[in-house]
Design a protein around this ligand. Structure first.
Ligand code: NDP
Length: 338
């Protein structure tokens, strides 16, 4: 059995996370028992939720235990199998974690899923045709419920989740407006993803200024907002929200390192009769098949062209993860292991 390089959580951050919180270790791979398969990971997914797991405090999920391999989704190839449904060479996705190999009890529900790479590249099963894509689908389709002609805004628009939100909104006949950091990301959002407009929030020093730009980009106001960021971005959107508008509260990355992100205008929820709902995608497994089908078709037909930032080698994971939290990624952040 191969040697397995792993990254474990070595300490919890007190404020901003740093590379010192992680440790690279090497371990043996245990011999397979009946029902198990050995998977070699080709790509590891880095996702913002991992920052929350590094903390000890109460959240919707248990904290990542210290000294154990960091949690994370992976795609790869079965190299050895003692499960009748899997054979060496199968391409699979699972929650293999920040390591080069994993031994998986393949019979456990949801532990492993075979994927078809005929029309969709393997890595996209960690992004647009994986958890981030389904997140976009659930928040948009089930919570925002856009109607043709309505305006939908999404923050972190060039990212794994945001890019899919805009394309799904366009398919439903809505006007899609992105908010993203920097001219290159905004160009990608409009030119390659087909959003109607994109605002570079870094050009705006406060919510009032960003809200003015939103007025131009959303002449009929905002009917639905998909929130990935919080803070100034959310305040600016709230100022342009229409009566009976909906906000899907997906992420608040501006506060993940402990920064305060107060909401400046909560009274607008009442005066605009808004519906604001938070959600966790893993609690809505019932939508995954429909969502993955639509997302797979959009990627396979070239209507959704996801971008990826790919760090090379397991040792690059901590730096790439911390960079993603600061917006240094452009699209889905991955680590290539093979
Ligand atoms: P992204 O690929 O969008 O990467 C994160 C992006 O967030 C960065 O590239 C950066 O883009 C933006 N960002 C970071 N800090 C700030 C800031 N202070 N202000 C504004 N933007 C910032 O990540 P994902 O697509 O994977 O995730 C997007 C959001 O969705 C996250 O908040 C995540 O926690 C959430 N999420 C929630 C799920 C759920 O079930 N509720 C499931 C999956 C994801 P830019 O350069 O444009 O600022």
């Amino acid at each position: 059995m191969p040697q397995n390089r792993q990254i474990v959580l070595d300490s919890r951050p007190t404020a901003e996370a740093s590379t010192a919180n992680f440790k690279l270790v090497t371990a043996g791979t245990p011999a397979l028992q009946d029902g198990q398969v050995l998977v070699r990971h080709h790509y590891l997914s880095l996702d913002p939720y991992m920052r929350g797991r590094m903390n000890e405090g109460k959240s919707y999920a248990q904290p990542q235990p210290l000294g154990q391999v960091m949690i994370g989704a992976t795609v790869g190839e079965v190299v050895e199998s003692r499960h009748p449904k899997y054979a060496a060479g199968d391409q699979v996705t699972g929650m293999g974690g920040w390591q080069e190999y994993s031994v998986v009890d393949a019979g456990q529900p949801g532990a492993l899923r075979k994927v078809d790479t005929t029309h969709v590249p393997l890595s996209h099963y960690l992004g647009a045709v994986g958890m981030p894509g389904v997140t976009a689908w659930y928040g948009l389709v089930k919570l925002i419920e856009p109607k043709a002609g309505q305006t939908v805004v999404v923050s972190a628009a060039s990212g794994a989740v945001g890019s899919a939100v805009g394309v799904l909104a366009k398919v439903r006949g809505a006007r899609a407006v992105g908010i993203a950091g920097g001219p290159d990301k905004c160009r990608y959002v409009t030119d390659e993803l087909g959003f109607d407009a994109c605002i570079d929030y870094k050009q705006h020093k406060d919510a009032q200024s960003l809200s003015k730009a939103l007025k131009e980009a959303c002449p009929d106001g905002i009917d639905g907002h998909f929130e990935n960021v919080g803070g100034m971005v959310l305040d600016a959107v709230m100022l342009r929200a229409n009566a009976f508008s909906r906000i899907a509260m997906c992420g608040m990355i501006a506060g993940y390192d402990g920064q305060p992100i107060p909401m400046a205008h909560p009274q607008l929820i009442l005066t605009n009769r808004m519906r604001i709902e938070g959600f966790i995608v893993s609690e809505h497994m019932e939508v995954w098949p429909d969502a993955l089908k639509e997302l797979g078709t959009l990627v396979g037909t070239g209507k959704l062209r996801p971008r990826e930032s790919v760090a090379q080698g397991l040792e690059a994971a901590p730096e790439a993860f911390l960079g993603m939290l600061k917006g240094r990624n452009f699209g889905k952040q991955l680590v290539k292991l093979v």
